[in-house]
Design a protein around this ligand. Structure first.
Ligand code: ATP
Length: 351
């Protein structure tokens, strides 16, 4: 991956409609996406991620701000004049054209020669492992195969940037997992910058070099999956990515005191006064009596390799603890135990 930027969004805002019916889809978003990276825009429905993607594709014009591609201002460049292609959730293949005709369609429209179209079609069908399917019609293929045809079609003109708008959401879980590694492989093999939109945090964590987390038209945090998971900037990000326990606390003498009266030495940064502690279920262990905070099991959920225990502390605040099911005897509702929190891993957020 290079340090050069493929796409730069500078203070991009997008308002749909006017007056009382105006909707601010993007507030003021600035983002740098590097050449050759797998970048994911992640956020709940309605947060503006598709709008940002459509501004990069050229299907929408920002109300304010600029979009640059490799240093060139493309804010007002028509979509077909941008070296950018999009893969949508619906494959939108032409039903009466064969796989290779579908894949070559865009190149034909661009007026490329027969030889160029054939060579590109062969190359991308091999990339998506569909060389043997060139003469089939779309309806003779599975959903996963059709999505790979749509991918091949988008890759055929060798775009600088490939935009993917929730392309896996129509597939069942097993196929989606397969396509996740397939997409990652394609991105690495082609070296093309991928900008992927999803509301699925697991998808984002497994595939991306970096993730941009969005909420309500704003970009809240940009970072590697590890940075975002281990150091969320606020409660929204901590809650959206993975499972998190939140405990209210109060900073006192360089430590945090929680409702049960227990105190922790955590990494405080510049936080003072009321705070919220974000604690991942796997950062809590079950310890011997007297080793941690006294708690009682109130719920157990067996998940195969892991078991989740919801425990109540002495002030009745609840924590979810994740343990490997084969570690020690299973606990029952009502059992008393001590929980040991890995204080150094605890994130201290605004209250
Ligand atoms: P989803 O995952 O549901 O597609 P999203 O994060 O991609 O959501 P956007 O589609 O970008 O969100 O929408 C952001 C906001 O802008 C939403 O409130 C949406 O209702 C609104 N919006 C999107 N397109 C239009 C439009 N053409 N006209 C008016 N409002 C729109």
């Amino acid at each position: 991956m290079s340090n050069k930027y493929a796409i730069k969004a500078q203070n991009v805002g997008k308002i749909y409609g006017e007056g009382a019916s105006a909707v601010t889809a993007l507030g003021d978003v600035s983002i740098d996406i590097r050449q050759g990276e797998f970048f994911t825009l992640l956020g709940p429905s309605g947060c503006g991620k598709t709008t940002l993607l459509r501004c990069i594709a050229g299907f929408e014009t920002p109300t304010s701000g600029k979009i640059l591609l490799s240093g060139r201002d493309i804010t007002y460049t028509p979509p077909n004049q941008r070296p950018v292609n999009t893969v949508f959730q619906s494959y939108a293949l032409f039903p009466h054209l064969t796989v290779s005709e579908n894949v070559g369609f865009g190149l034909k429209m661009q007026g490329k020669s027969r030889a160029e179209i054939d060579a590109a079609t062969k190359r991308v069908l091999a990339l998506v492992k569909l060389s043997d399917f060139a003469d089939r019609l779309p309806q003779q293929m599975s959903g996963g195969q059709q999505q790979r045809v749509a991918l091949a079609r988008a890759l055929a003109p060798a775009p600088e940037v490939l935009l993917l708008d929730e392309p896996l959401s129509a597939l069942d879980l097993k196929l989606r997992k397969e396509m996740q590694s397939e997409l990652k492989r394609l991105q690495v093999e082609t070296g093309i910058t991928f900008i992927f939109v999803t509301h699925d945090q697991e998808e984002a964590l497994t595939m991306s070099d970096r993730i941009g987390v969005m909420s309500a038209g704003q970009l809240l945090q940009v970072g590697t999956p590890r940075e975002i998971y281990n150091h969320p900037v606020n409660r929204f990000v901590a809650d959206f990515i993975g499972e998190t326990n939140f405990l209210p606390g109060h900073v006192q003498d360089g430590k945090v005191r929680i409702g049960s009266g227990d105190q922790f030495e955590v990494v405080l940064g510049d936080k003072t006064g009321a705070v919220t502690l974000a604690i991942r279920p796997e950062q809590i262990a079950i310890g011997a009596p007297g080793s941690g905070l006294a708690a009682k099991v109130v719920e157990t959920t067996y998940l195969g390799t892991d078991t989740h225990y919801t425990v109540a502390l002495s002030d009745d605040s609840r924590l979810i603890v994740r343990v490997q099911s084969n570690m020690g005897a299973a606990l029952e509702i009502g059992d008393a135990l001590d929980v040991v929190i890995d204080a150094q891993a605890v994130q201290v957020l605004e209250a």
